[in-house]
Design a protein around this ligand. Structure first.
Ligand code: HDE
Length: 666
């Protein structure tokens, strides 16, 4: 061990004192250096997206887009492009909880042979605003209220809904934000989107517009709201733990990269302007072409050095990919570079290992704080006769901006083609299955019930009624709002009835399956070893992980005398942590569980969170006390074959038909 200047340290545990019980001496430079460095360990957290988790991986192109772009990463199928991906929540501080109702960031840095390409996206394909100049207002509205410093990581408060109520362009995004998309079960089970239109430019200089989509192989899945609230208490790191553990266990999450390609002429036919980031292009209008896969296979070795210091910049492009004229994107191109300087403290942040390109990079930029690449050259400029050998531009391989024709008056004006704020909001609502629509209604009721000013609530009801009269009515009923609703006046009339797009639903796009899911097994002393064994086997065979919950974490003794270790003690392993649950209890074990509040709420919550529940006959009294009523999701574990049937059923997802029996659906 040495000081930061390389001097060997003889004692790192005792400061220099005048006598063993005497005062500490200022002379102790070993102490001072250690404390000085500690004092400066923190850097400013991200102003938004502060809380994140990240992983390394690889992007492999499976279908070349060489006809559309010269970018090697999208045209050379032999490349294995290293990537670093960071997921995040938006509103909460770095120490906030994972299951906030919030948009999730999905940032991908690809270390391509032509430089870094950063696709800094979200898990929702559109955004709240049309112009970057509104972003600070949005962030200020959703973050803690400045005069009180709360609420943390929540949109359910006055200032957020005040701003939304005054911002009709946000209505489409609000419908997504109130949907199950914002309470994902796992980062591995959500989509990612580049949001804006970009351009691909081929060798002939022809440009095609493109939207980028990441689709998880594990399918999408969300938790239910009451579960989200409870997970935040039981395990605030639920998502980061899930990502870390799955990668550490070799269950590498995979997403497919899909592109929507369209020409300027095709864009002119859309019902909306593709440069408006509050709109999406339904897959039914421009189908998705799957061109590659992203696999995350390595956890960061040091979260500060990698997850915290990674600096995504939307301006990081590679030749063959270019910006569209989306005004939101242009604002972002300024913001990301600027914010990294504040956060990382030096214009040389690109030299940090996590940010540095993996290809050679060189130019005449010099010096600055924390310069790690001092160049031993006399000439730090071009052109030069003294030394003509330094880095020079490459007019052929270098990045060239697509020469789009631009003309117009300088004006602070929104295009009339950006004016329809309600049609796609309505389309999204009607593209959802019934339970998903019910959840949007419930989320709106929850959020608006936290709003204290009645004017904000009534204005929001007007917007909702403009999206759909019945939606407005349902939310009003749930709020107990009896006054007439005054619909908002849309900027453009009439609001169009767009065709529903089933691709926008989570539930309509396939059952979740069991791969990557957790089966919580509550096991007591004397429980059937045959059932426990068969259940573990069926769970593992389906690609899921069994988690044993016991009254004591040391484990239980099964009916054949064998010992089963616990993964969780009952109170520390509530059922919200698992996708489906089973109670394998003996008669005596059940009697003991009846006296444990944690056991009763374990089963009660699983039932009310619409989970498939399996149990042995002996556990019946516990289910009865927990208020479990028989339905298609309650499965008996009597014989050794029952576990397979149970796991198959659980792979279908939640029992949505149970929902109206356990809560009021407005
Ligand atoms: Fe960001 N955003 N953003 N954003 N954003 C940041 O950059 C900003 C927007 C997104 O994992 C900041 O490094 C403006 C859309 C992600 O490190 C900041 C506007 C989308 C991340 C910033 C937007 C995003 C950020 C804060 C309006 C989806 C986390 C820290 C034009 C396509 C990146 C940082 C990470 C982070 C600005 C809108 C996604 C301040 C001005 C739209 C995933 O620069």
């Amino acid at each position: 061990m040495t000081t930061n200047h390389g001097m060997p340290i003889s004692d790192d545990h005792n400061s220099l004192k005048s006598g063993a019980r005497g005062p500490v001496l200022l002379e102790d430079f070993v102490l001072r250096e250690k404390i000085f460095h500690f004092d400066h360990e923190r850097i400013p957290e991200r102003v938004v997206h502060a809380r994140g988790a990240a992983a390394h991986g690889v992007f492999e192109l499976t279908d070349s887009l060489a006809d559309f772009t010269t970018a090697q990463v999208l045209s050379d199928t032999s490349l294995q492009t290293p990537v670093f991906v960071r997921f995040s929540t938006v509103a909460g501080n770095r120490g906030s909880f994972d299951l906030a109702r919030d948009v999730r960031g999905f940032s991908v840095k690809m270390y391509t042979p032509e430089g870094n390409w950063d696709l800094v996206g979200n898990n929702i394909p559109l955004f709240f605003i049309q112009d970057a100049i509104k972003f600070p207002d949005l962030a200020h509205a959703v973050k803690e209220e400045p005069d009180r410093g709360f609420p943390q990581a929540q949109s359910a408060h006055d200032t957020f809904w005040d701003w939304i109520a005054c911002t009709p362009e946000a209505m489409h995004m609000v419908m997504w934000q109130m949907s199950d998309r914002t309470i994902p079960r796992s980062y591995r089970m959500m989509q990612g989107f580049g949001v804006h239109s970009f351009r691909l430019v081929n060798a002939e200089g022809v440009s095609t517009f493109v939207k980028f989509h990441w689709t998880p192989l594990l399918n999408m899945q969300s938790v239910v709201w009451d579960e989200a609230i409870k997970i935040n208490g039981a395990d605030p790191d639920y998502h980061r733990r899930d990502l870390y553990t799955s990668i550490a266990d070799g269950e590498h999450p995979v997403w497919e990269l899909g592109v929507q390609l369209f020409t300027e002429e095709e864009a002119a036919e859309f019902d909306f302007d593709h440069l408006d980031s509050t709109k999406l292009i339904p897959e039914e209008v421009v189908p998705l072409r799957v061109v590659g896969r992203l696999t995350l296979n390595r956890n960061p070795a040091n979260v500060f050095a990698e997850t915290e210091q990674v600096a995504f910049c939307t301006q990081n492009l590679v030749p063959g990919i270019d910006f569209s004229d989306d005004p939101l994107l242009h604002g972002r191109n300024f913001s990301y570079l600027d914010t990294q300087l504040k956060r990382l403290g030096s214009p040389n942040f690109h030299q940090l290992p996590i940010n540095a390109p993996r290809c050679p990079f060189a130019n005449m930029q010099r010096d600055g704080h924390m310069q790690m690449h001092p160049q031993a050259t006399r000439v730090a400029y071009t052109p030069s006769l003294i030394d003509p050998s330094g880095p020079r531009e490459d007019p052929v391989a270098g990045f060239r901006t697509f020469p789009a024709v631009v003309q117009g008056l300088k004006t602070r004006e929104r295009s009339a083609t950006f004016s329809d704020h309600y049609s796609q909001a309505r389309q999204f609502f009607f593209s959802q299955t019934e339970p998903e629509q019910d959840h949007i209604v419930a989320a709106l009721i929850f959020e608006l019930s936290k709003v204290e000013l009645p004017l904000i609530r009534s204005t929001m009801l007007g917007h909702l009624a403009t999206i759909d009269a019945a939606l407005g009515q349902r939310v009003a009923e749930g709020l107990g709002h009896t006054a007439p609703i005054v619909p908002a006046t849309p900027a453009v009339e009439p609001r169009t009835d767009l065709k529903p797009s089933p691709k926008l639903s989570i539930l309509a796009n396939g059952p979740p399956g069991m791969v990557g899911r957790l089966v919580g097994m509550l096991v007591t002393d004397g429980a059937s070893s045959v059932i426990v064994g068969a259940l573990i086997e069926a769970t593992v065979a389906a690609g899921a992980s069994p988690k044993i919950v016991c009254p004591r974490v040391g484990g239980v003794t099964l009916d054949d005398g064998s010992h089963l270790c616990g993964d969780f003690q009952l109170a520390g392993g509530p059922s919200v942590l698992f996708d489906t649950v089973a109670v394998i209890a003996s008669e005596a074990g059940t009697t003991a569980l009846l006296g444990e509040a944690a056991a009763v709420s374990w089963v009660h919550d699983a039932f009310h969170h619409l989970k498939v529940i399996a149990s042995t006959d002996e556990a019946e009294p516990l289910l009865a006390v927990a208020g479990v009523a028989a339905d298609a999701g309650i499965v008996a574990l009597a014989g050794a074959e029952d576990p397979v049937a149970y796991v198959t059923l659980a792979g279908q997802g939640r029992i949505w038909a149970r929902e109206p029996t356990v809560r009021t659906v407005y």
